[in-house]
Design a protein around this ligand. Structure first.
Ligand code: C2E
Ligand code: CA
Ligand code: CA
Length: 575
């Protein structure tokens, strides 16, 4: 028995001891000596020698356990630290039982074994686990962070396009019975590009931030607002009365954004165009977005600062203008835009003093197309400036040809769109042109907002003047520009719109109006061109009112380049 026990103890590294508490004597076996690092020969030692080895922080607990075990004869189970004479710390597990000897002495017999490695391992495991947990938390936080960044626009903090996609996916996954009517408001800022171009990107950013705050303040809890492009925002509204809400919010956006926006310590005037589409519970969200897009497109086409609600007729209009847009791009490439020339006459002598170049689309299948049919779409797709440039170049070429063929056209006027004036390369392109000073004139639409403080615009206009190009205000009397701002521009001529010329013969008040415009202009040394002169009567009245130049079907219709010289030399218009 004893040998078998010895074998088991040796294999397990368990040391056995026996404590005589009253005698303060401790007897232990060789393995105990090894466990305590005291060597195998220390088989009998005083209790104090044991106590010395126990970690000071653990002594109280050890002794309490011992006393309890001795007094109550309960089993002793515990764990404590010791330090070996060489300074190593070990963790010892203890198990003991109290016996009462025949002579009444109490003796505790117990076993110790070294669990340092197990405990360290456990601790390491726990630490590793803790580390892993912390790392997981960090990872989770980073993931949340990344996700937030991925779904939000850093400039405004609003949800971005990706978030919108996710929002849509979630909507699609909603069971049909739980869906509410939904409206989509698509918002595009007017004139934002100009702010960005003239004042710089920092100001542009500040403006965008201010506007996004405006949009946030106009949204409510039924709204999901996102920034989906440079100056484009979208709001989805889910509510029983989504359509009504969308119209209200859309209208307030247009009103509010039209007011001055403060950013970068200044006030900026922008505007917003809004397209709205609504769907009841039959939710085809991609369709909804496409519809709102079309409504926005139409809102912009009809002039800025408008709200348009999608209707099926809008779609067919839209499809045709999309086709037209593609055709315009092809026509530019295939050189199908040509100038027609409408001569202008001195009001007194009726001699030709110039000609206005007017674009025509020489379409291979549909023949000549007039500007009203394609210019609005060309403007929308940003190609108006390209067309203006083509007409300018071709007109100057034509004028040189006329001279070779025996007719010197004193001056050619070309129409210059706002788009062209603001084109970055505008001035550098002009400087490469050949023309005599005074022989080229630019017609600027009155509707180009000269009223606003716009440094880029005034700089462009000054440079144009500096190149010896004359300036005319086109369609005078139809826009809202103040006479004062026009006079500040100091144009060479005003062109009175044909709407004002038409009622001349019948309306006294119209005559008075034109008369006073002519008076003011003459006093400032500004010429007056009357457009749309269709009758001889009109010619006589305009002449009498002091109008300097006449243009209209009565004297000459716009004609192709090939007919100008024959017309001019033929003098068929003379009475
Ligand atoms: P606009 O500059 O006011 O040009 C005058 C328009 O009045 C021309 O129409 C001309 O054909 C028409 N017209 C001239 N005399 C009479 C008349 O006695 N009676 C009537 N009823 N009409 C007359 P068009 O050629 O169709 O041009 C329309 C508009 O398109 C032009 O108005 C101008 O704003 C724009 N446009 C034409 N060519 C160009 C161009 O090259 N660039 C740009 N940006 N716009 C252009
Ligand atoms: Ca014109
Ligand atoms: Ca005009």
């Amino acid at each position: 028995m004893s040998r078998r026990l010895e074998l088991a103890l040796e294999a397990s590294g368990v040391g056995v001891w026996q404590l005589h508490p009253e005698k303060k004597r401790l007897i232990w076996d060789n393995r105990m000596g090894e466990i305590f690092g005291l060597g195998p020969e220390s088989t009998t030692l005083g209790y104090d020698q044991f106590r010395e080895r126990v970690h000071p922080d653990d002594i109280a607990e050890v002794e309490q356990a011992l006393t309890a075990a001795i007094e109550s004869r309960r089993k002793l189970v515990g764990q404590f630290r010791i330090s070996t004479p060489s300074g190593e710390t070990r963790i010892i597990r203890a198990y003991g039982v109290t016996h009462i000897m025949p002579d009444g002495e109490r003796v505790v017999i117990g076993a110790n074994w070294d669990v340092t490695k197990d405990i360290l391992l456990q601790e390491e495991l726990r630490e590793a686990e803790e580390r892993a947990r912390n790392q997981n938390q960090e990872l989770e936080a980073a993931r949340n962070d990344l996700e937030f960044q991925a779904l939000h626009d850093p400039l405004t903090g609003l949800p971005n396009r990706r978030y919108v996609e996710r929002f849509i996916e979630r909507l699609k996954a909603t069971p049909a019975t739980e869906r509410k009517p939904i409206a989509c408001i698509h918002i595009d800022l007017d004139r934002f590009k100009e702010v960005n171009d003239t004042a710089g990107h920092n100001v542009g950013d500040a403006v965008l931030r201010s506007i996004s705050q405006v949009l946030v303040s106009l949204s409510n809890s039924a709204c999901f607002l996102a920034r989906i492009g440079g100056d484009e925002f979208v709001i989805f509204i889910q509510a029983a009365n989504a359509g009504e809400l969308a119209s209200e919010i859309g209208a307030s956006i247009v009103t509010r954004v039209a007011k001055p926006i403060s950013a970068d310590g200044r006030e900026w005037r922008l505007g917003a165009s809004v397209g709205i589409a609504v769907q009841d519970t039959s939710c085809d969200i991609s369709q909804l977005i496409a519809d709102a897009d079309i409504a926005l497109y139409e809102a912009k086409k009809r002039g800025k600062g408008r709200v348009r609600l999608y209707t099926p007729t809008l779609r067919s209009e839209f499809v045709t203008s999309r086709q037209l847009a593609d055709e315009i791009l092809a026509a530019i490439e295939q050189d199908q835009f040509v100038p027609f020339f409408q001569p202008q006459f001195d009001a007194k002598s009726l001699e030709i003093v110039g000609a206005e170049a007017l674009v025509r689309w020489n379409h291979p299948e549909r023949g000549l197309i007039s500007p009203a049919a394609f210019l609005p779409v060309a403007e929308k797709i940003g190609k108006l400036c390209a067309i203006d440039e083509i007409i300018l170049t071709k007109s100057l070429d034509a004028v040189r040809k006329f001279e070779v063929e025996g007719f010197k056209l004193p001056r050619v006027s070309v129409n210059v769109s706002a788009q062209r004036l603001r084109e970055e390369s505008f001035l550098s392109k002009l400087s490469s042109l050949r023309f005599n000073p005074g022989s080229l004139s630019f017609e600027l639409l009155e509707s180009i907002s000269f009223d606003e403080e716009d440094h880029a615009l005034s700089k462009a206009i000054e440079s144009v003047r500096g190149m010896g190009i004359e300036l005319e205000i086109d369609d005078f009397g139809t826009g809202h520009a103040s006479l004062v701002s026009l006079i500040e521009l100091a144009p060479h001529r005003l062109k009175i719109d044909r709407k004002l010329v038409k009622p001349l013969a019948t309306s006294n008040s119209q005559r008075k109006l034109i008369s006073s415009v002519v008076d003011i202009a003459r006093s400032m040394d500004i010429g007056v061109v009357a457009e749309g002169v269709e009758t001889f009567e009109q010619i006589e009245i305009l002449r009498a009112l002091g109008c300097s130049t006449l243009q209209g079907f009565r004297l000459a219709k716009p004609m192709p380049e090939s007919e100008v010289v024959r017309f001019a030399l033929g003098r068929g218009w003379m009475p």
